[in-house]
Design a protein around this ligand. Structure first.
Ligand SMILES: [Zn+2]
Length: 375
């Protein structure tokens, strides 16, 4: 995720409840046809109507703003490269629009603080990547940013003209072929050097290759070892496809790969927790770690949801408290623990990963954390 989006997210996570409820709206704008666009439009319309009729209703001016922004986004492709857009309004005058790269479900949530959970998959895509589509005569490089495919550049190699002069002779054809191949080699080498320069200048950690198998294979031979190590994988791609389409495919590939890596990380977490190392698993120990800002990386199954409470005075998260905070005895307000833990960890500079499914983690209430230091 881009540093500015990351910073904005941490700020949103720190916002205390304001004078008005916060409306958080996530609209998936990766529509491939008008039906999908219509579906998003109806989703927004229905939820706005419900919100305007609710007992604990948000302020009209907040809903009006959401409605205007939402309609603009749906009608105009305001962020054509993004997969979706998050809107926040309410609190003490909060107004925010953030385009996002990751795909997420449409959501419309009214709560005391910004609803940030759908954000988390994109927080995990912090590493910017470079997508390289290559064929025998050209290469297209696209940067992947948190808001979608970013800058792109096309490198075009001039292959010497296919003049037919003397082409009837085997020797000439042979020589001609060698010349072409030598130039192709130069093209691949020059592309590799351009990629190396970009990787170094922008500190890119991952490269995704795309193109026909043969072109990709030849190109790989031209990558230096450090560069080759950054190749996260290869996705299909054809010359007629737009760079944005190929880049989106690459982003999805990286997201799937991250999921696998997360599963391995959760295995290690559970192992460390069992040995009382630098990790905890289960709701009670994780809450305790969150409360003392000791969480470096929170792992939570996406379906996690548990009622709980936040102390109005000391801020401690806890299981539903009948009236009083279990630590200081002050009044509490109800809070969903999953969202509350995610917000607290992000606000303290920690990381969060949402896990689709993991048997071992599910057995430990679906939540656990790597700690900054041993418990
Ligand atoms: Zn308290």
């Amino acid at each position: 995720m881009a540093a500015d989006v990351q910073a904005r997210l941490a700020e949103l996570a720190k916002l205390p409840p304001g004078s008005r409820p916060v409306v958080s709206v996530y609209l998936n704008t990766r529509w491939t046809d008008e039906n999908q666009r219509e579906r998003v439009r109806i989703f927004l319309k229905n939820h706005l109507r419900e919100a305007r009729a609710a007992v604990e209703r948000p302020a009209d001016e907040d809903l009006d703003w959401i409605e205007a922004q939402g309609q603009r986004i749906i009608a105009q492709d305001a962020f054509p490269d993004a997969s979706g857009v998050a809107l926040f309004a309410g609190g003490d005058g909060l107004r925010d629009v953030l385009p996002l790269r990751a795909a997420f479900e449409d959501a419309f949530v009214v709560s005391s603080t910004p609803f940030l959970r759908p954000f988390v998959p994109s927080a995990e895509e912090a590493v910017s990547a470079l997508v390289v589509f290559v064929d025998g005569v050209s290469a297209r490089l696209v940067a992947l940013t948190s808001t979608g495919p970013g800058d792109e550049v096309t490198l075009e190699h001039e292959v010497p003209g296919r003049h037919r002069t003397g082409g009837w002779a085997a020797l000439a054809q042979n020589r001609y072929q060698r010349h072409i191949e030598a130039h192709r080699d130069q093209h691949y080498q020059a592309t590799a050097e351009a990629v190396a320069a970009l990787v170094e200048r922008h500190g890119l950690e991952r490269i995704v290759l795309s193109g026909e198998a043969r072109a990709v294979a030849i190109f790989r031979e031209h990558l230096s070892t450090p560069l080759a190590r950054r190749v996260a994988g290869v996705v299909s791609g054809a010359r007629y496809e737009s760079p944005a389409v190929i880049a989106t495919r690459a982003a999805e590939f990286l997201a799937r790969r991250d999921e696998h890596e997360d599963a391995g990380a959760v295995d290690r977490l559970l192992d460390a927790a069992a040995k009382r190392g630098r990790a905890v698993a289960g709701v009670a120990p994780t809450l305790e770690a969150v409360n003392r800002n000791a969480v470096q990386h929170l792992y939570m199954v996406r379906a996690f949801e548990q009622p709980g409470a936040v102390c109005e005075r000391c801020g401690a998260l806890q299981p539903p408290a009948p009236g009083r905070c279990q630590f200081c005895g002050a009044a509490t307000r109800t809070a969903e623990l999953g969202e509350a833990m995610v917000g607290r960890v992000l606000a303290s500079g920690g990381e969060v990963s949402m896990i689709e499914r993991h048997g071992g983690l599910a057995d430990r209430d679906g939540v656990g954390a790597i700690l900054r230091y041993a418990a």
